[in-house]
Design a protein around this ligand. Structure first.
Ligand code: FEO
Length: 401
């Protein structure tokens, strides 16, 4: 893609990865992603971040258009994860920066990711700044958002925050700014990204937001490392408000029913439970773990009040996709959820107990004791499943007021 000028002399020079579906190696990116990088042409020329390996040539072309092939003075590494630093060795080789600027933790990460003995590394402590001539770069550590090395860079003269992983979304588009795309689609991608990447660090995100708020009064532009950029106070407030809701883990009267099934008995239970929830006025998401990637389930779970998980018993436990989902969700540490387990069994029937243990291990509150039944549900049992759904539905309404 062509460079895009954001403010005078500050350009987007990243890459659009239209066909990426496997983001960071564990998350589905159904609409692709972008690797955002930025070039500032002041008295010194500064490149902020790079792109994933394989996109370096494209990025070098964009930079050459703006510099006439002259190289750069400084390269700021806000984040060392390989989708932003994969092309770093190629950039250093081609553009010969006099400084490669990073956070203290960034230095450690760079030294363990790359052969960098001859790189001109310069570590900037949190809150320190450098002048590029007419502008100032203020470096703000954003540790654990979402790696220890993350930092953001603020340019007060232009009111621009290069925010790294914070405020990103996975969405490959020809448009570069939030105000050019559909707001609801943008919110869905923002929420999905937060749920799967930022959620375990929600408390850190809250502190970082306060910090950024103090340090970056009246920010007019937020430039994340992935997806659309935000320009104008309306969009800055929009994204801040969304993040506030995510950080507080606000929920709706909504339940995610995630299940696997062998001969459709557990699936029939899920359907009957769903009916009970719907009867109580609860919005539901029926999500077979075979038909839905764990990151898609997590994206739906983030604003749901209840998580209902079903599996038949197989070899004295739950089915493996259900176990994988529970491991994944547990790692993301969602807070304030109600939960319930269900499943059919043929003879031993341990799955429901194991699911309940996993859910309580995540500090979820069990809204109804686990429901299990042998082989195939009969009419009376399906009625009981519906009542089980109603019980969970009432608990959701009571909890959400
Ligand atoms: Fe896409 Fe933490 O980086």
């Amino acid at each position: 893609m062509q460079p895009v000028e954001i403010v005078k002399d500050l350009w987007w020079v990243g890459a659009v990865d239209w066909n990426n579906r496997d983001f960071h190696g564990y998350m589905l990116a159904p609409a692709g992603t972008t690797y955002n990088a930025f070039l500032l042409k002041d008295d010194v020329t500064v490149l902020f971040d790079t792109v994933k390996e394989g996109f370096g040539e494209e990025m070098l072309c964009s930079i050459a258009r703006l510099t006439g092939g002259k190289g750069i003075d400084w390269l700021v590494v806000n984040h060392v994860e390989p989708d932003h630093a994969g092309a770093l060795p190629q950039m250093i080789e081609a553009l010969k920066p006099k400084k490669v600027i990073c956070s203290p933790m960034g230095e450690k990460a760079i030294k363990t990711y790359f052969s960098c003995a001859d790189w001109p590394l310069q570590v900037q402590a949190d809150g320190t700044s450098l002048s590029t001539g007419k502008r100032t770069l203020i470096f703000l550590e954003t540790r654990m958002l979402h790696w220890p090395d993350n930092m953001a860079t603020y340019i007060p003269e232009d009111r621009v925050l290069v925010s790294s992983d914070a405020f990103g979304q996975n969405w490959a588009t020809a448009e570069r700014f939030a105000d050019q795309v559909d707001e609801h689609d943008l919110e869905r991608h923002l929420r999905t990204y937060f749920a799967n990447i930022v959620l375990p660090y929600a408390e850190i995100a809250r502190k970082v937001m306060c910090r950024v708020d103090e340090a970056c009064r009246d920010v007019e532009y937020i430039l994340p490392d992935h997806g659309l950029m935000y320009r104008g106070r309306k969009w800055i407030e929009w994204v801040n408000e969304k993040y506030q809701g995510y950080v507080e883990q606000k929920t709706r009267n909504k339940a995610v029913i995630a299940y696997d099934t062998m001969w459709h008995s557990t699936e029939s239970m899920a359907m009957a439970i769903a009916e009970g929830l719907v009867e109580e006025g609860i919005e539901i998401r029926m999500m077979s773990v075979k038909a839905n990637h764990h990151s898609a389930i997590m994206a739906e779970l983030m604003d749901a009040k209840a998580f209902l998980v079903g599996s038949p018993t197989h070899n004295n436990g739950m089915l493996p996709f259900v176990a994988g989902l529970l491991r994944y969700v547990g790692g993301l540490k969602p807070k304030g959820k109600l939960a319930a387990a269900f499943g059919s069994y043929g003879w031993s029937g341990e799955a429901v107990k194991h699911i309940e243990e996993a859910l309580t291990g995540m500090k979820m509150e069990i809204a109804a004791p686990g429901m299990r039944l042998i082989n195939r549900p009969n009419h009376a049992q399906l009625k009981a499943c519906k009542e089980f759904g109603q019980t969970v539905g009432k608990a959701i309404l009571a909890a959400n007021g």
